[in-house]
Design a protein around this ligand. Structure first.
Ligand code: ADP
Length: 168
């Protein structure tokens, strides 16, 4: 049976096969969780990301984790919230699904996600949690070997994801 866990914490400390980075389309680093991941991984991650020449919203790219405890980083730019009528839900689901598929393709079993798009990209938290939980659960039905963790950086985020799991 696949495992799906919601926890409070800092994703840069996760000892998993892959952590997912809520990146931007340049992949050149930013603030929030992206900045934290790049700081801990070290300058080699900046070099590896620069070689990828960006990534469209909803797609995913993989690099080593370098100085991180995680083996890989999967970079996915989530959608910027623009009111809800700009394919935000589809693009957010794409980010989760494409990240999981790329992780699986690279032999990962343990994968940790941050709350994609709910920081600077301003996606409403409850809505984003619903999309994330539904998408992750659908993929997990097909891949019973996976262990996926949502790593929430603050209590409000943690409660939103717990709520989304319960309501399902
Ligand atoms: P986005 O641009 O996709 O909105 P942000 O990095 O601004 O990405 O925010 C996404 C989420 O990541 C927010 O809930 C933010 O609190 C959270 N976050 C920031 N730092 C960390 C971290 N070290 N570990 C896990 N989550 C983090």
């Amino acid at each position: 049976m696949a495992k799906f866990t919601i926890k409070l914490g800092d994703i840069t400390k996760e000892k998993v096969d892959a952590i997912v980075n809520a990146a931007n389309t340049t992949l050149l680093g930013g603030g929030g969780v992206d900045g934290a991941i790049h700081r801990v991984a070290g300058p080699a991650l900046d070099v590896a990301c620069a070689r990828l020449h960006g990534c469209p919203t909803g797609e995913a790219r993989i690099t080593p984790g370098f100085e991180l405890p995680a083996h890989y980083v999967i970079h996915t730019p989530g959608p910027i919230w623009q009111g809800g009528n700009h394919n935000e839900a589809i693009l957010l689901a794409n980010s989760y699904r494409n990240s999981l598929e790329l992780a699986i393709k690279n032999g990962c079993q343990t994968i940790a996600f941050p709350s994609i798009s709910t920081g600077v990209y301003a996606y409403p938290l409850e809505e984003a949690a619903k999309v994330a939980v539904k998408t992750i659960k659908t993929v997990l039905e097909q891949y019973p070997q996976l262990e996926v963790t949502m790593v929430c950086f603050d209590l409000q985020t943690y409660q939103a994801y717990l709520g989304a799991v319960k309501r399902k």
